[in-house]
Design a protein around this ligand. Structure first.
Ligand code: ADP
Ligand code: MG
Length: 700
């Protein structure tokens, strides 16, 4: 008796070579693995074409008619076999280069067959090479009628005759062996409530669909199940964490907050900022740990939300820390926050890798005796040496640069876990956020401060550079400042540096001193040099900033109105969007110009087009997700979430995902520990599905 755990060697059809190929090419070892190797598409075998209808543009077509006039052409080993296929409407040639003898022996002359294949052009004639041929009698056989599953297989597999059809045949055999050992994996009440078909029905129809409706039902059932268990796992972990970890209760809104809000806040908060502040205050005011992802497009005003949250911590005699991914950004935050809080008497210090030893000593001392109220820094804050008197709030900016493990270290810096707010300017599509940051609550600032003019984005080819320079000159004459960014890819640091140097040279020629001044910023500079360069640009002493992507995050110069991105085709979408966010921060119209060469890949074209069409970070993120798939989106790699989804797709199946999450949420609310009888099957299934994984129970 076989079970789904049996190894595939128990399939008689498979010899050592094929087993080995399944193992190495597809990581298929067991019956289960094979059964859950799903088709990537279905070919409609219900429709028949007439010969006159077909062209080489069509995908696979199915025809019915007579095969005759077999001819062997050429001499061995370059022989080919041809035959004439005809129906009532016309004729087309069939061609074989392989299996010639077999065809000659098995296909009868002048008999009616069903022929299936892709037409291609040969000279000015159409032919079908290596068609599949089936007798009419065989049509009773379900395997080839109706919708036929197509499976991916590698070149190596195809060479060993493990092509799509061979896999389909195996699936058929396998299903007949295991069909009685397929146990239902969802509780009845979920199946009924969602009007789903059984697992057995679903697995059968996913491989051998009886019809389109059953195929859709099979797809829904299997997608739902896959997404549901991930969500159940995430939400259960989140619940456990909430029950286990208590944080500090920030009872009051005090003088620091109120004074700032009344006297020093230079503008009204946007509606979105207010809403998000309410969400954060609700967390901070309870003993529940705030573990929240704050998403907001570049320039949406996250920093201010961070400041207000920190003031609440300080009002309650806790320390707050803000961690940024780079020194430039930490410095920038430090400057901004000091400026906002200049009337408050709060002790704020900056702590980065380049903080001098003497200053460090003071920082350590003040952190430990509690005098230091706000510390702003880079990953230096994570170091074990950094101890706090009473850390209550941790804010992490630009989340995707820090890993889960790094974040977890901040959890341990007080007797209870501090509250955590993670800010990201990379909008992550909701579906992905629900999965990747499933254990974080999410707040979204989806509104820009008033008076912003959306950045106008244009695409220009390198050959149009003179016109671009003309445009830049006009902007400079109006007193604006300009960024010019060059790609920077670590592996080719030298190379990219050269791009930047060449760029600097040509720009200095076009915009020469003393009329124009240029700042440079790149990764090879010392922190002091970087800072000096930044300062000159921020103050407006220099007009043009030539940089690598070091400036990608955080830098805020409202007078800068143009962002030129060189070799824009080499940047990813989220990076382009981040860079564009450096302009459009003042009240003047801003521009982003994407310079590319003429030769663009299809994907690069989509990226550039998307950028010129929208400023909406969430839309851009959706496109990015479609182009690159979830596993390649920044920040997802360390998420611990399995992305080798077998059937569902986080882009296309967002509705099913949302639905699955709602149902999982209801279950966890109703039965947090999954102890009820009706949920036993869920516990069992979670164990089987996730037993391999490292526990991501504790940390978020
Ligand atoms: P983010 O960090 O989300 O990219 P910032 O916090 O740097 O955005 O804000 C961008 C700019 O908008 C800053 O100059 C900030 O002072 C300003 N700003 C923030 N909130 C408001 C508001 N409610 N009204 C007007 N300007 C605002
Ligand atoms: Mg910011």
């Amino acid at each position: 008796m076989y079970s789904l755990n049996s190894e595939i060697k128990h399939l008689q059809e498979l010899g050592k070579r094929k087993i080995n190929l399944f193992n190495t090419e597809l990581e298929i070892f067991t019956f289960y693995d094979l059964l859950y190797y799903f088709p990537y598409k279905y070919i409609d075998r219900t429709k028949f074409y007439n010969v006159t209808e077909i062209s080489s543009d069509l995908p696979f077509v199915q025809l019915k008619g007579i095969i005759k006039d077999f001819k062997i052409l050429g001499t061995f080993p370059k022989q080919r076999l041809t035959a004439c296929f005809s129906d009532e409407t016309g004729k087309i040639e069939l061609v074989w280069f392989k299996s010639i003898n077999w065809i000659k022996k098995n296909i009868e002359n002048n008999k009616e067959y069903i022929v299936f294949g892709k037409a291609s052009k040969w000279g000015n004639k159409l032919n079908i090479v290596h068609p599949e041929i089936e007798t009419l009698e065989n049509r009773g056989n379900k395997i080839t009628a109706g919708l036929r599953a197509a499976y991916n297989s590698s070149q190596k597999m195809k060479r060993a005759y493990l092509n799509s059809n061979a896999i389909l045949k195996l699936q058929k055999k396998l299903f007949s062996i295991v069909k009685d050992s397929i146990n239902e994996s969802l509780p009845d009440y979920i199946i009924e409530k969602n009007k789903m078909i059984s697992l057995k029905q679903a697995l059968k129809n996913i491989h051998f669909p009886e019809n389109k409706i059953l195929l859709q039902k099979a797809q829904f059932r299997l997608k739902f199940e896959e997404l549901f268990y991930i969500q159940l796992k995430i939400l259960r972990t989140q619940k456990k964490r909430k029950l286990k970890f208590k944080s500090f209760k920030f009872e009051k809104i005090g003088k620091y907050f109120n004074d700032f809000y009344k006297n020093d806040l230079p503008f009204e908060l946007t509606g979105a900022q207010k809403r998000v502040m309410k969400e954060i205050r609700r967390d901070l005011g309870s003993e529940q740990q705030c573990n929240r992802l704050l998403q907001g497009d570049v320039g949406s005003g996250k920093t201010l939300v961070a400041i207000l949250s920190m003031l609440i911590a300080i009002d309650n005699n806790y320390q707050a820390s803000l961690m940024a991914p780079t020194e430039v950004l930490a410095q920038q935050h430090f400057n901004t926050i000091c400026k906002f809080l200049k009337n408050s008497n709060i002790n704020i210090k900056l702590f980065t890798g380049s903080t001098k030893i003497k200053a460090r000593r003071i920082i350590h001392q003040e952190l430990e005796n509690g005098e230091l109220q706000i510390i702003i820094g880079t990953h230096t804050l994570i170091e074990d040496k950094v101890k706090f008197n009473n850390l209550g709030l941790v804010i992490i900016d630009e989340q995707h640069r820090f890993g889960v493990v790094q974040r977890s270290k901040m959890w341990k810096k007080n007797i209870r876990t501090p509250h955590i707010i993670v800010m990201t300017a990379t909008p992550i599509p909701r579906t992905l956020a629900m999965t990747v940051y499933g254990d974080l609550d999410i707040s979204v600032i989806n509104e820009m401060p008033p008076g912003r003019k959306p950045v106008k984005t244009f695409h220009a080819y390198d050959t149009q550079r003179l016109r671009v320079f003309g445009f830049l000159r006009k902007q400079l004459e109006q007193g604006r400042q300009i960024y010019i960014v060059y790609p920077f890819i670590q592996e080719s640091e030298k190379f990219d540096y050269k791009d930047l140097e060449d760029g600097l040279e040509s720009i200095s020629r076009v915009f020469p001193p003393p009329k124009y001044a240029i700042s440079v910023l790149h990764g090879r500079m010392k922190p002091e040099e970087k800072e000096k360069s930044m300062k000159l640009f921020t103050k407006g002493t220099t007009n043009i900033m030539i940089a690598t992507t070091v400036i990608e995050v955080g830098v805020d110069v409202p007078n800068a109105s143009v962002m030129i991105i060189e070799s824009a085709e080499r940047f990813g979408l989220s990076q382009l969007h981040q860079l564009r966010g450096r302009v459009g921060r003042g009240d003047k119209q801003s521009y982003c110009i994407l310079m590319t060469s003429f030769k663009l890949s299809k994907e690069a074209r989509v990226r550039i087009k998307t950028m010129t069409e929208t400023n909406d970070g969430f839309k851009i993120a959706e496109v990015d997700l479609k182009l690159r798939g979830p596993g390649n989106i920044e920040g997802t790699q360390q998420s611990g979430v399995p992305f080798d989804l077998k059937i569902s797709n986080l882009v296309e199946d967002s509705e099913i995902l949302q639905h699955a999450r709602n149902i999982a949420g209801d279950i966890i609310n109703d039965d947090p520990n999954l102890e009820k009888d009706k949920n036993k099957i869920l516990v069992k299934q979670l164990k089987t599905l996730f037993f391999k994984e490292k526990s991501w129970e504790v940390v978020s």
